[in-house]
Design a protein around this ligand. Structure first.
Ligand code: 13P
Length: 355
């Protein structure tokens, strides 16, 4: 596989003013989300929901790529066009989640390791044939007074390296997602310390495993206070700590950094991205979004599983994509939210977790 193809795909994923829609929840996760809103989860309801997101009119102005789950990449829109082709026709790059989830790490104190390496080469080949041009793998790191353990960090970054090398061999750009969770009472400073250590280990292992940094995208968490921390850092503090940590640990050869939202309120996730892009320190990479919940939640809420709300759901997705597209350029303002300014995440969504 030519390295130039990987580089041009990676650049295309972080085109100015655009980011990635993460719509790759497993059947288990999306079922939980649908059921919270009393929407029955069937193959057809999940297909309809994904069609609503993928075909939202105008959203491709701000969305460069979509991460799908195995079920979705095999599904078709209501006219019978396979979803990867629907996206390609819109100028949006199809992507696929390829990890098989975070499982309990043997011999550890309640930590997890992400699985999915067995048979990965063949799965990547198949996904490439279906039109996917990038992949995603999420490692999960939990903070407590004593965790993460060096053991947990090492096995997870080793797997990220094996995944990234296989993706590049098969012509897919790896999105590398080492997520340090925001769950817990830890401070923003502790989040910065742990995230810095994890990123340091990621790029050390990537050197050993011969990853072409120009052909990958990093998907990190922001540096924020733990959800239960009594002192919540301000937007400006989060922006400064996040950029400081990334500048210390992410090589300039990486073309793009796209954040996960990780359970942040959708407006706050947008404000953070905007503030990071507004800092004057040099940023050698494009900085944008790859949000799941922070892009989808208002759309899911507006749709509520009802045919007559299909357009309202698409408008809600368009709106969040537009706000985040602006934030990726540092041009977002609270006024863009219009009547929705100040809307908080409803309580029933606050605890929604990815696998
Ligand atoms: P959130 O933005 O909801 O954290 O999801 C992003 C993602 O892809 C998690 O793997």
């Amino acid at each position: 596989m030519k390295r130039e193809n990987l580089e041009s795909t990676a650049k295309g994923m972080v085109t100015d003013g655009k980011g990635i829609l993460a719509a790759d929840e497993t059947v288990g996760t999306i079922t939980k989300r649908l059921e919270t809103l009393k929407i029955e989860s069937t193959e057809e309801s999940r297909r309809t929901y994904r069609e609503m997101l993928l075909t939202a009119p105008g959203a491709s102005e701000f969305i460069s790529g979509v991460i799908m789950y195995d079920e979705t990449i095999r599904q078709k829109d209501s006219k019978g066009t396979p979803f990867p082709e629907v996206l390609t026709n819109l100028g949006v790059i199809p992507g696929i989640k390829v990890d098989t989830g975070a499982k309990l790490l043997a011999g550890s104190d309640d930590e997890k390791v992400t699985e999915g390496l067995d048979g990965l080469r063949d799965r990547l080949k198949e996904y490439y044939g279906m039109g996917a041009r990038f992949a995603k793998w999420r490692a999960v790191i939990r903070i407590t007074d004593t965790l993460p353990s060096p053991y947990c960090i090492r096995v997870n970054v080793h797997a990220l390296g094996r995944y990234a090398a296989l993706c590049q061999e098969q012509g897919l750009v790896p999105i590398v997602e080492p997520e340090v969770l925001m769950d817990g009472p830890h401070s923003m400073e502790r989040c910065e310390e742990v995230t810095g250590e994890v990123l340091y280990r990621v790029f050390h292992v990537f050197h050993e495993q011969r990853i072409a940094l120009e052909g990958m995208i990093l998907k990190p968490n922001m540096i924020i206070s733990g959800k239960e921390c009594p002192r919540q850092a301000s937007v400006q503090e989060v922006a400064e700590a996040t950029l400081r940590c990334l500048r210390r640990h992410v090589p300039a050869a990486v073309p793009g950094i796209i954040f996960l939202s990780g359970g942040q309120n959708d407006h706050v996730a947008t404000a953070h991205l905007n503030a990071i892009n507004n800092l004057t320190l040099p940023k050698p990479w494009k900085i944008s979004f790859s949000y799941g919940r922070a892009l989808q939640d208002p759309a899911l809420e507006a749709w509520h599983g009802k045919k007559e709300n299909f357009n309202a759901g698409q408008e809600a997705l368009y709106h969040r994509a537009k706000c985040n597209g602006a934030a990726s350029l540092g041009k977002y303002t609270e006024e863009m939210e219009g009547d929705l300014a100040g809307t908080a995440t409803p309580a029933h969504r606050a605890g929604w977790h990815d696998d």
